[in-house]
Design a protein around this ligand. Structure first.
Ligand code: F6R
Length: 614
């Protein structure tokens, strides 16, 4: 996970590298470093443990480091503790090769042993140092050029990587290679950039190349040449990024997370608008390339994803099964990929991912494809690996999501499922035309209803103040409410570090109720009319054991006043779409609890935004 940037051109490199890294800190933030070359002098390597600001202070925001060509890295430790020594860039002993790396070199121990036998020694605990020295070894042994030395290394290592290298003999040049870890190359006038993600270079250019798996590139000023593993030149098309740079900034909010929570009405509206014609109020699957015949022939759907994207799939399962009457199985990608899934003709595998780079989800997608099964990706980042490899893509239009805890991407993912469910249901005549129209109309009301919840968030601040002092918090719900509880609980534990569990309310008495004691906080979600009374019984059960209960339900549903300790009301909507509204108070509660505990909301400990290692 880690972020990489690079620059070569007429400008001073270090300030550009530091600014770029600041946009990538969400990918890792335990240490950072840069290597910069001033003309044909040796590269200067500067590193610091901790947040990027430590490196910025050390280098006066990069101003103190001369040179027009450099690479930078912000780290999320995999091999070797977070320390200045293990921070990137790493180098061969004579500075012949200097490099940064994102990903994991799985075969690094055997390579290291081989290199030690050849006389190399190692200073760090990282797999990256092994990679750099392996390139150095081939470069020197066969006196080959950088591209040949990198290619020779690539075919001999196992793992995933995006790597950027500078060679002492090639001033002003950066060499990159990629296998399964994200990397883009931007081009400006007489200059070029590399980055793990778009926001890092948006201030400088919108013209980018996507480097493919097992490809390399040489950057020299504004010239970028791509190569395959045989060293043949590969032609590539320059693409334009249409994102607004503003969208990747905090825009006056204290944190990215609260900004992104507030962007949800817009993100949901855009995602709905990408498939629904707002005049005819009809859903059109043309943009995702799925035909009516294909929909009619689906036998089973497998939804595969990780974390919150998996939780979005759980919501999707309830709605798709109800509307389209197709059996849906939702599975964690890390389980799916290794359990030899039984997939049959007529199955559709839907992978869900914000980043489009999650290693397990990508592997699950590949597993499905290798079995000849049709795949659809619900994905946010355009041009990401998952987007490029899936047969069909439904882009959620959440825009760049920077806070580690997802909010707007999750909200657009569940809306994507509603649209698929309604359209699949219509095509398969499992819902009537009247129901279809009613559902589409309800979906169109979601953005305004989310907005109205956001306008009224003070209550969540008060509740968060109470909850922030707790050690354990439980979430209870049934059906779609349970699916939302899974997400609410993950959100809370992830950014507040409070232990939390989500339970299907009916499951409580099979063990977990023994944990309920005087004052134990329980957040209960009750939006499903057909399950309301059942859930109320469960609430009474925990209440009578002393729980402090906070309920989330619709306006007008006031029967729990007097039974529970706090109620939060959301606008009424068809029950199938309630998750879009009930998740908002849960996101806000997590945000304010994290704030009340004085934590780093956007960059919680031990986490990174994009999980490109398994
Ligand atoms: C939680 C969160 C994670 C991600 C998960 C999958 O707030 O963001 O659980 O949902 O790591 O990431 P993507 O969607 O990028 O595949």
């Amino acid at each position: 996970m880690c972020g990489i940037v690079g620059y070569t051109g007429p400008k001073q490199a270090a300030p550009i590298l530091l600014e770029g890294l600041s946009k990538l800190e969400y990918r890792g933030y335990d240490s950072a470093g840069i290597a910069v070359r001033d003309k044909d002098k040796e590269p200067v390597i500067l590193k610091a443990k901790g947040r990027l600001k430590m490196l910025a202070e050390k280098t006066n925001n990069g101003e103190a480091v001369p040179g027009n060509c450099g690479i930078g890295h912000t780290r999320w430790a995999t091999h070797g503790e977070p320390s200045e020594l293990n921070a990137h860039p790493h180098k061969s002993d004579d500075l012949c090769v200097v490099g940064v790396h994102n990903g994991i070199i799985e075969s690094y121990i055997e390579i290291k042993e081989k290199l030690i036998r050849k006389g190399y020694s190692f200073q760090t605990q990282t797999d990256t140092e092994t990679l750099i020295k392996y390139v150095d070894y081939y470069y020197k042994k066969y006196k080959m050029g950088p591209i040949d030395a990198i290619a020779k290394t690539m075919v001999r290592i196992r793992g995933s990587y995006a790597v950027a290298l500078m060679f002492k003999d090639y001033p002003g040049e950066i060499y990159v290679a990629r296998k399964e870890s994200p990397m883009i190359i931007g081009v400006g006038e007489d200059e070029s950039y590399i980055a793990s993600d778009v926001p890092a270079i948006l201030n400088y250019t919108r013209q980018v190349y996507y480097i493919d798996n097992m490809e390399m590139a040489r950057l020299s000023g504004g010239e970028v040449t791509f190569y395959n593993l045989n060293g043949d030149v590969v032609e590539k098309e320059l693409k334009e990024i249409t994102w607004d740079a503003e969208a990747a900034e905090k825009g006056g909010y204290e944190h990215f997370m609260i900004k992104e929570i507030h962007e949800q009405p817009r993100a949901i509206k855009d995602t709905i608008g990408s498939l629904v014609n707002t005049d005819t109020k009809r859903i059109n699957l043309e943009s995702i390339g799925i035909t009516e015949d294909e929909v009619k022939n689906i036998n089973r759907i497998h939804v595969v994803a990780c974390g919150s994207a998996y939780h979005a799939g759980v919501v999707g399962q309830y709605v798709m099964e109800d509307f389209a009457r197709i059996p849906v199985r939702v599975e964690l990608a890390s389980e799916f990929r290794y359990r030899k899934p039984i997939l049959c003709k007529g199955d559709l595998v839907i992978v869900v991912s914000q980043s489009g780079e999650t290693a397990d989800t990508l592997a699950a997608l590949r597993e499905a494809k290798s079995q000849g099964i049709k795949t659809l990706a619900i994905v946010n980042v355009v041009g990401s690996s998952i987007a490029r490899e899936a047969d069909n893509v439904f882009y959620t239009l959440a825009g760049p999501e920077i806070a580690v805890a997802t909010t707007k991407a999750y909200s657009t993912q569940i809306v994507a499922f509603y649209l698929l469910a309604a359209e699949f249901g219509r095509i398969r005549t499992e819902i009537t035309e009247l129901q279809y129209q009613a559902y589409v109309n309800e979906i169109l009301t979601i953005p305004a209803k989310v907005e109205s919840i956001l306008d009224d968030k003070e209550q969540m601040q008060r509740l968060a103040a109470i909850l922030s002092a707790q050690d354990d918090i439980f979430f209870l719900g049934r059906g779609i409410d349970y699916a939302v509880c899974l997400e609410g609980s993950l959100k809370l534990k992830e950014i507040s570090y409070i232990h939390s569990e989500a339970y299907a309310a009916g499951e409580l008495k099979h063990g977990t109720i023994s944990l309920i004691d005087k004052g134990t906080p329980v957040i209960a979600v009750l939006t499903q009319n057909s399950l309301y009374e059942k859930s109320v019984s469960n609430i009474v059960e925990v209440k009578s054991r002393g729980a402090y209960v906070c309920g989330v339900t619709y306006y007008g549903s006031y029967s729990l006043e007097g039974t529970v300790d706090q109620m939060t009301y959301i606008p009424k909507i068809d029950d199938h779409f309630a998750a879009s509204l009930s998740v908002i108070p849960l996101q806000l509660i997590s945000y304010y609890v994290s704030l009340a505990r004085g934590l780093d909301v956007d960059k919680p400990r031990n986490l990174a935004k994009s999980v490109t290692v398994e």
